[in-house]
Design a protein around this ligand. Structure first.
Ligand SMILES: Cc1cc2nc3c(=O)[nH]c(=O)nc-3n(C[C@H](O)[C@H](O)[C@H](O)COP(=O)(O)OP(=O)(O)OC[C@H]3O[C@@H](n4cnc5c(N)ncnc54)[C@H](O)[C@@H]3O)c2cc1C
Length: 407
């Protein structure tokens, strides 16, 4: 292969996972991150069994187990009546089915585990404060230029620069993401400040009309994560800014008492305007491709955007290794192998959003169907959590220890 590194634009979850996956195949990488440091926001992220299998491939299982919490179950409650409409155990049966656990982790812990592994590789160079503004592919070399005029040359370039991707703008050029009209507020609390009644190692989703709330333990049970989503057309763009508690409480005024009490526990919320895009199948051009949210941004209702980025990373590394240095061919193959997988998750995430936020008859039907699923032993999520043909077979990820909550 050429001596020039592969340029990875963006050092979030997807970018660092890509750098690591490529380095594991002996490929040199230069990561270019616009922020002054590699950093994730203070909130939780759910990790499906599909991504734990990728951690096993990347040699990260032990560290991820160290930092994660492992809920014993997932409960869906109706946030108007308070009724539990479905409860799924995340137990040995679940593990046996998907050969891996379901976990939750603080985003900064997730990023730091991958970052530390990247730092241990002499094939990865990490550069911060490098905001890429232009890219050029002359057929044998890709040049990326920063806003301060610095240039980097690589044998290929992977745009892992997220929802508002500059690389996507250059190679796809399909404008801004779609604003969903759904707003998320997130907060993290020490477990000791979390109401004793809900200090249980479960993920609980309170589904309401045009709203939902989800909470789960984080960081080995030391913290609790709270995510609240509601419909609002007040915002067009916004990411990681402070939320307005008055608006939040007004949106949840009709909800049952436990939900309102949980919301009162938090003083400072961070806000996100949730966006996605319709799926596409052409996110590659020559020696430049996209990965993660840059390629297929999705709503968070299946908790899979980050998981998909890490699956992409493993798939792309396999294709690059197999291509013998033909980057353009490897990128085409990677795109071909991934676009229907990620399109399905993008579209199903929108459907799950409708289910979570159903009103009127739709809400009654949702509750009825969820109750039926529970009596039938749960929902089959193999399409999402099961093995994928383009990803390596993993025999079994070990069973993690149960999470004990700190008080
Ligand atoms: C409320 C909410 C809850 C979610 N929950 C989950 C969940 O439970 N599970 C899950 O898997 N996913 C979840 N997601 C989705 C997940 O956060 C994203 O899919 C994931 O962060 C995508 O990773 P990425 O690396 O592709 O992009 P990003 O995380 O956005 O990283 C992009 C990086 O590129 C950098 N960058 C941008 N432009 C440039 C440039 N021009 N030059 C250099 N660097 C640049 C940015 O600074 C950033 O570091 C959730 C999202 C939201 C909003």
């Amino acid at each position: 292969m050429s001596q020039k590194p592969v340029l990875v634009v963006g050092g979030g979850i997807g970018g660092l996972a890509t750098a690591l996956a490529l380095s594991r195949k002996g490929i040199a990488v230069q990561v270019l991150e616009q922020a002054p440091e590699f950093k994730e926001i203070g909130a939780g992220i759910q990790l499906g069994p599909n991504v734990f299998r990728m951690f096993e491939v990347l040699g990260l299982t032990e560290q991820m187990f160290h930092w994660s919490a492992f809920p014993s179950g997932l409960e869906f409650r109706d946030s108007i009546t308070g009724e539990t409409v479905m409860e799924l155990a995340i137990d040995k049966r679940f593990h046996d089915k998907y050969h891996a656990p379901y976990g939750v982790i603080h985003r900064s812990d997730l990023l730091n585990v991958i970052l530390d592994a990247c730092k241990q590789s002499n094939l990865i160079k990490l550069a911060t404060s490098q905001k890429i503004v232009t890219i050029d592919d002359d057929g044998s070399t890709v040049t990326a230029r920063t806003d301060t005029g610095e240039t980097y040359q690589g044998s290929a370039l992977i745009g892992c620069d997220g929802l508002w991707s500059t690389v996507r703008e250059k190679i796809v050029g399909d404008g801004k993401p779609v604003v969903s009209g759904h707003i998320a507020y997130r907060a993290v609390l020490p477990t000791a400040e979390w109401p004793a009644e809900y200090r249980i190692p479960k993920m609980i989703v309170w589904c309401g009309e045009k709203t939902h709330l989800v909470h789960y333990p984080l960081r080995r049970g030391e913290l609790f994560n709270l995510v609240v989503v509601f419909h609002s057309d007040r915002y067009e763009e916004g990411w990681d800014t402070y939320g307005d508690p008055t608006e939040l409480h007004a949106r949840f005024a009709e909800k049952c008492e436990p939900v309102r009490t949980l919301l009162q526990k938090v003083n400072a919320w961070k806000m996100w305007v949730l966006c996605d895009r319709p799926p596409i199948k052409n996110w590659t051009k020559g020696r430049i491709t996209l990965l993660g949210d840059a390629a297929h941004p999705m709503l968070q209702y299946l908790a899979q955007g980050g998981n998909m980025a890490m699956e992409d990373a493993v798939c792309l590394a396999i294709q690059l290794e197999a291509s013998g240095g033909d980057y353009a061919a490897a990128f085409q193959k990677y795109q071909e192998l991934r676009y229907l997988r990620t399109a399905r998750v993008q579209l199903m995430a929108r459907v799950f959003g409708e289910i979570y936020h159903a009103s009127g008859v739709n809400r009654e039907l949702r509750n009825k169907v969820l109750r039926e699923w529970m009596t039938q032993g749960g929902v089959d999520m193999s399409w999402l959590y099961g093995e994928q043909p383009e990803l390596p077979h993993v025999e079994n990820v070990p069973q993690p220890p149960p999470t004990r909550l700190m008080s």
